[in-house]
Ligand binder design. Structure first.
Ligand code: ADP
Length: 246
């Protein structure tokens, strides 16, 4: 298939997609959507919106790994220190989690990958899973200015009880430092501390950003979306529009 790179800037926000529609109307194959971008680019937020609209699961390796850490099991013990330090965990650990997750029945009609692949080795494993199924990925690269990324990550606060995310500037709670829903004191996620943010962005530049070339070389559909300044709903509108057209 011909390589496709497109930069989407602005545009009207279309009505939400009906989940009973085929999310990949021009193809019989399930939709494998890869949300790609730096930490803080909004992959998690967009994946959740898309999962709801398209009726396919969001598969977030960060969430999966955090759940293992929370449970304190063998995987969790193996990855905890790396995650706290903002370093990527070993490929074989993440690849196995993803392979198992993609084998579950709810992923048969398509899925959204959030935070995977993040290295060339991961991308190769993913290709090995998708190719035999005749599935070609659609990669959505959320492009965000460096300064906006820093502001988002350093301003992020989370409720330790319900997990709701806030941002001191863009999405503040009603009472500073306190969760609107639980009344609990908001915390800074371990890996949102400044020195760890630097490490995460470094890992992205060295290991993950080069995958853009890999996606191009392997002929995947790759779209770039300017996601620096629009609100999440407007970014979602752009993604939805291009999925419909692709
Ligand atoms: P962010 O994209 O904001 O860094 P994530 O929740 O996606 O947040 O990831 C948190 C951490 O989990 C990463 O810093 C890394 O340690 C680990 N992680 C998540 N996904 C992967 C992956 N695909 N490969 C290696 N490590 C990962």
């Amino acid at each position: 298939m011909a390589r496709k790179i497109q930069v989407i800037n602005g545009g009207a926000v279309p009505a939400a997609m009906n989940s009973s529609q085929n999310p990949n109307p021009k193809s019989q194959a399930p939709l494998a959507l890869i949300l790609f971008g730096s930490p803080g680019s909004g992959k998690g937020t967009q994946s959740k919106l898309l999962a709801k609209a398209l009726g396919i699961p969001q598969i977030s390796t960060g969430d999966m790994l955090r759940e293992h850490v929370r449970r304190g099991n063998a995987v969790g013990t193996k990855v905890e220190a790396k995650m706290k330090a903002g370093i990527l965990v070993k490929d074989y650990v993440v690849n196995q989690l993803v392979e198992e997750r993609l084998a579950q029945p709810d992923a048969a009609n398509g899925f959204i990958l959030d935070g995977y692949p993040r290295t060339r080795a991961q991308a190769e494993v993913l290709c090995g899973i998708l190719s035999p199924r005749g599935v070609q990925a659609v990669v959505i690269h959320l492009v965000v200015d460096y300064n906006v990324i820093i502001a988002r990550l350093t301003g992020r606060r989370q409720c330790p009880v319900c997990g709701t995310l806030y941002n001191v500037t863009s999405k503040p709670p009603k009472v500073p430092g306190v969760c609107d829903l639980e009344g609990a004191k908001l915390i800074v996620r371990d890996d949102d501390r400044e020195e760890v943010i630097r490490e995460r962005l470094d890992e992205y530049e060295k290991q993950t950003r080069p995958l853009i070339d890999f996606f191009r070389e392997t002929g995947n559909r790759l779209y770039e979306i300017d996601a620096s300044h629009d609100n999440p709903q407007a970014v979602f509108g752009k993604i939805e529009e291009l999925i419909r057209k692709s």
